[in-house]
Write a protein that binds this ligand. Sequence first.
Ligand code: NAD
Ligand code: UPG
Length: 435
Amino acid sequence: MNIAVIGTGYVGLVTGVCLAELDNQVTCIDIDDEKIAVLKKGESPIYENGLPELLQKNIERERLHFTTDYNEGLANKDLIYIAVGTPQGEDGAADLTFIDQACQSIAKILDHDAIIVTKSTVPVGTNEHIKDQIQAGLPDDVTINVASNPEFLRQGSAVHDTFNGDRIIIGSDDEYTLDILEKVNTGFNLPIVRTDLRSAEMIKYASNAFLATKLSFINEMANLCEKLGANIDNVSEGMGMDKRIGSSFLNAGIGYGGSCFPKDTRAVISVGKKVDYDMQLLENVVGVNERQKVILVDKVMERFKDLQGKKVAVLGLAFKPNTDDMREAPSIFVTENLLDQGADVHAYDPVAAENAKQILSDKITYAASVKETIDGADLTLILTEWDEIKKFPLSEYKQYMNYPVIFDGRNCFDLEQLAGSNVEYHSIGRPAVYS
Ligand SMILES: NC(=O)c1ccc[n+]([C@@H]2O[C@H](COP(=O)([O-])OP(=O)(O)OC[C@H]3O[C@@H](n4cnc5c(N)ncnc54)[C@H](O)[C@@H]3O)[C@@H](O)[C@H]2O)c1
Ligand SMILES: O=c1ccn([C@@H]2O[C@H](COP(=O)(O)OP(=O)(O)O[C@H]3O[C@H](CO)[C@@H](O)[C@H](O)[C@H]3O)[C@@H](O)[C@H]2O)c(=O)[nH]1
């Protein structure tokens, strides 16, 4: 099929590359000149496992093209995917400015019938708005249909998730449109759920809201474990063995971040308000997550009272491992708090440091390795569970730090691993260890 993908961010680029891998002719359109210039050279502007190889391969096979020009991008395309950002607006609602701009560009240029497929996460009813907006600008003899095809990939494993996801949701109120989308998605070899437009949009928000709820739930249990002398690792393991609960998303930590859960939970609350329905559970999910972001700093302050002049090592800045994304990363909040307390913050992230420099305070000193970061430090905070950080020998903290105190916001180490390492270790939902 001839496909256009609008927006070459984490979702649009991965979608475009993977659809090209399935032998479709794909043109990706973005308004960001720099991004398109990098992509045209066959380089990936984002860090995502497996993406550079597939990108280059499909450019070479001439199945994948990039442009900033909507005329070129939409020419002869049967399917037009929209994958632009839908960030959080001031009142918590999804900001649809980029969606509207993409629609206006399509309406101005499209000269043939096509199906518009929305990948972006959008509030229920948005696809109808998309259809009306585009159709209103088109010549009388051009007709579009719309479909919702929400995306469930996780950053850091986006390509893997695209080919190995649990399901593909396609929603439309037009059976022919669903048939076409089913055909396009057959190559992924995953269960396909056909549904109506509004339910497809809702499935995406409901899934993210549920996962965020699971995280706030386990974080709240972790905090209680600490007070009661239980160990959240053992609790999660025991709970997760119940198939009705499931073992994934039960890792307690310093709260969820990233470009999706924080904004999507707030968007659902906002949608509820618009229809006069109070989303009580989700309000608390968000509240628990806000509190969780402070937990590690609270522990630090309880232990040290004053950080004035102390060298604090921060390991990991990205919102999760295997990504360079800093959106809503807990490190933003934690480093701000440490600096407010007068700490001398030294930070390291194997991949996200360059992005971090754009948004974190310029008072932070960046190091080139774990060793360099902890060298001479008075305390260490672990904020992202990168493999490199998990594999760094615990025994070396004593060797390099002034005094080896670790505050682990990601429970990177089993408590048994600490034996003989001579560190003082504080984590989430588990007793402190003085080994
Ligand atoms: N990031 C994820 O893991 C993920 C997963 C599932 C769903 N989503 C959803 O997918 C959507 C995209 O997320 P993302 O993380 O890829 O966003 P992103 O910010 O990484 O990328 C969006 C891209 O769209 C481009 N863009 C904006 N307006 C445009 C226009 N008018 N025409 C062409 N290009 C335009 C931007 O320049 C940018 O490159 C959001 O709705 C998000 O909620 C994201
Ligand atoms: O057991 C866990 C699992 C995750 N997290 C945190 O939760 C956040 C989100 O993690 P994850 O879901 O792995 O990453 P995302 O890339 O944000 O993916 C989520 O958001 C995407 C955007 O909507 C969806 O497509 C995905 O299905 C959904 O998992 C991160 O801060 C993680 O550190 C935990 O604290 N404990």
